[in-house]
Design a protein around this ligand. Structure first.
Ligand SMILES: Cc1ncc(COP(=O)(O)O)c(C=O)c1O
Length: 467
C-alpha cells in the first residue's frame, strides 16, 4: 500500500470510529503534513482519494470536511483493498524460474504434471497438420483464427447449452493473451478494475502493464468473491471491468455456487460493467457435472468475455487459447492484429485435427480422475506431516491446495528454507499487490504421489513446525 493510501485508510478508520463526525472539519493539509511527516502532495492525494469515495468533501478556501452523509463503510471483515498502482513483486520471477529446474520438486509451479497429457497423440496431430498445411495458411488463419478450431470450440459451448457462434470466438496464444486483449478491449489506462484477493499473479501483471487501478475484492476459499463487498466497490469506484474466476480459482481453488454466479452476472449487467471470466481450469472438475461458467448466465454474451485455453487440459506447450467475446470480438481481433498478429498456426491446426478425432473426452476423464486421486493423496500427506492448526483447502477440481499456516508463520521464510532443500512452493504474497497472505502457501497437487514427493511434503511439514 502506498503512503497516501495508508493515510487515507487511517482517516477512513477515524471516520468509521466516529472520531470525526459528519460535517466536522478535518485537520488542514498543513497540519496533517506536520503530524504525519508526509509531503503536501501525499496528504493531498489521500484527501482526494477519500473525496472520490464520497467520504469527505472539499470546501474552497476552507478545507476538507467529513461528508454530511458519508458513503457507507464496508465492515472490516470485507475490507476492500484499493490500489492505484499495482507493482508486481520481483519475487514472482525468481519463484517461476525456480519451478523450471528439474532437480527441484515443483510444488510452486502453476503447470500441471507434463506426463498427464496425450503427447504421442498430439505429436501425430501436429505432424499431420504441418504436412497438410497450405502455403497460404498463415494468412488464412489470421484473427479470429482457424475456423475448424473455432467451430469445435463453439460445439463444446453448445453441448453445455450456450449459444456461442464461431465468429464470436477469437483464438489466441493461450488464455494469457485472451485475458490481456479482453482487458485492453474494455478499459482505458487509469480505469478501475475489480479483481479477486488473492488473485492469480497474471492478473496483477496485466493490470500493471495497462496502468489500471485495482480494487481487490475479498475472496472466500470455498465460494469465491464476496458479492456484498463487490456491491460496495461498485458504489464507491467507477469500476469499468471485473476479472474473476468462478471455477477452481487460482490460487484458492474456490468455486462459486450456481446461484451466486447468476447474481454476480445480473449485478454487473445492471451496472454495465464488463466481466472478464478466466476459466482455464473449467475442464478439471472432479464431480459428475461440468460446472457452468459465468458466461452461461449471460445468454447474449454482452457482459461476459469468456477466456479459456487448452493449456491446463490438453496441450500445455501449444499456447492455444481463446475468448468468446460476443460484441467485443471485432475489437479484440484488431488489437491482436496490432500486437502479436495471430496465434501460432501449426498448433491451431493440430488442435483442430485432434478435436475432430474422438479421444478428447476419454483423455479428460482420465485426467480428472488422476488429478482427484493425486489431490487426495497429497491432502492426506499434508494432514499427517503438518501441524494440526494448518488449514488446507479442498477444491472440487483443478490442482492447487491453499494452506493457511497460522499467524506468525512467514511463508517467505518457508519459501527460502524449502528452496534450500530442493522444494519450490508458491508463497501467498505472490497473489496480492498488498501485504496480505503472508502466512499462506499454494501447492501444486498434480504430481504423482511417490516417495520423492511424499518426502518433500514431510520436509515441508517439519520446516513449518520450526517456523
Ligand atoms: C488462473 C490462470 N489464468 C490464466 C493462465 C494462463 O493460461 P495459458 O497458459 O493458457 O496462457 C493461468 C496459468 O497458470 C492461470 O493459472
Amino acid at each position: 500500500m502506498t503512503r497516501y493510501e495508508q493515510l487515507a485508510q487511517s482517516l477512513r478508520r477515524q471516520i468509521q470510529n466516529q472520531i470525526w463526525l459528519p460535517g466536522d472539519k478535518l485537520p488542514s493539509l498543513r497540519e496533517s503534513c506536520r503530524q504525519s511527516g508526509l509531503s503536501l502532495m501525499t496528504v493531498l492525494q489521500a484527501y482526494q482519494l477519500l473525496e472520490s469515495q464520497g467520504l469527505v468533501v472539499a470546501r474552497p478556501q476552507s478545507g476538507y470536511y467529513v461528508a454530511p452523509d458519508p458513503a457507507p463503510l464496508p465492515d472490516s471483515s470485507r475490507t476492500l483493498h484499493p490500489s492505484e498502482q499495482v507493482g508486481i513483486n520481483d519475487a514472482i520471477f525468481d519463484i517461476l524460474q525456480a519451478a523450471k529446474d528439474p532437480a527441484i520438486v515443483p510444488f510452486g509451479s502453476a503447470f500441471p504434471d507434463a506426463t498427464l497429457f496425450p503427447q504421442p497423440r498430439l505429436a501425430r496431430s501436429l505432424a499431420s497438420a504441418v504436412r497438410r498445411m497450405s502455403p497460404f495458411s498463415a494468412v488464412a488463419n489470421l484473427p479470429p483464427g482457424n475456423e475448424d478450431l473455432r467451430r469445435s470450440i463453439a460445439q463444446r459451448y453448445a453441448q453445455q447449452g450456450m449459444e456461442v457462434a464461431p465468429d464470436d470466438i477469437v483464438i489466441t496464444s493461450g488464455a494469457m493473451e485472451s485475458l490481456g486483449l479482453s482487458l485492453q478491449a474494455v478499459t482505458e489506462p487509469g480505469d478501475w478494475v475489480a479483481i479477486e484477493s488473492p488473485a492469480f499473479y497474471g492478473v496483477l501483471q496485466a493490470i500493471e502493464r495497462r496502468q489500471l487501478k485495482a480494487v481487490a475484492i475479498p475472496t472466500d476459499v470455498q465460494t469465491g468473491i464476496d458479492l456484498a463487498a463487490l456491491a460496495d466497490a461498485l458504489a464507491r469506484y467507477p469500476i469499468r471491468a471485473c476479472w474473476f474466476m468462478s471455477n477452481f480459482q487460482n490460487p484458492l481453488g474456490a468455486s462459486m455456487p450456481r446461484d451466486k454466479k447468476q447474481r454476480l452476472v445480473a449485478m454487473l449487467a445492471e451496472h454495465g460493467v464488463a466481466l472478464i471470466e478466466d476459466d482455464v481450469y473449467h475442464e478439471l472438475y472432479f464431480g459428475t457435472e461440468r460446472p457452468a461458467p459465468l458466461r452461461a448466465f449471460d445468454p447474449q454474451g454482452s457482459t461476459v468475455l469468456h477466456c479459456a485455453s487448452f493449456s491446463k487440459s490438453l496441450a500445455p506447450g501449444f499456447r492455444v487459447g481463446w475468448v468468446a467475446a460476443g460484441p467485443h470480438a471485432a475489437r479484440i481481433q484488431r488489437l491482436q492484429l496490432m500486437s502479436t498478429l495471430s496465434a501460432s498456426v501449426p498448433t491451431q491446426l493440430a488442435l483442430a485435427d485432434y478435436l475432430h478425432q474422438s479421444g478428447y473426452e476419454a483423455h479428460l476423464r482420465r485426467l480428472r480422475r488422476q488429478l482427484e486421486l493425486r489431490q487426495v493423496a497429497m491432502y492426506r500427506g499434508i494432514q499427517q506431516a503438518f501441524p494440526e492448526e494448518v488449514s488446507i483447502s479442498r477444491p472440487q477440481g483443478g490442482y492447487f491446495l491453499w494452506l493457511t499456516l497460522g499467524k506468525g508463520r512467514d511463508a517467505r521464510t518457508l519459501y527460502r528454507q524449502a528452496l534450500a532443500r530442493g522444494i519450490s512452493i508458491a508463497p501467498g504474497h505472490m497473489f496480492t499487490a498488498g501485504d496480505q497472505f503472508r502466512d499462506c502457501i499454494r501447492l501444486n497437487s498434480s504430481f504423482v504421489w511417490d516417495a520423492r514427493h511424499q518426502q518433500a511434503i514431510e520436509t515441508l511439514g517439519a520446516l513449518v513446525r520450526g517456523l
